[in-house]
Design a protein around this ligand. Sequence first.
Ligand SMILES: [Zn+2]
Ligand SMILES: [Zn+2]
Length: 73
Amino acid sequence: MKKLLLALSLAFTLVAVAADTKVDTSKFKDGGCCQKADKKGEKCNHPCCVKAAKDSKVCEKCNPVEKAEPTKK
Ligand SMILES: [Zn+2]
Ligand SMILES: [Zn+2]
């Protein structure tokens, strides 16, 4: 029984780790704090970004979602 629990907790840990790295880096704003950190192989250490990353999200403050506006070119 103990082995089963150990295996289960290990599985949950792996899932948690997998979810943690599931942040969509393509959502990072170009030249933004998060993208810069990501390029260095690090995670952005802004408190707002850390909080968002914990939820497997990209910080919306620093990486505002681009609205469906026609891009001027
Ligand atoms: Zn950031
Ligand atoms: Zn942020």
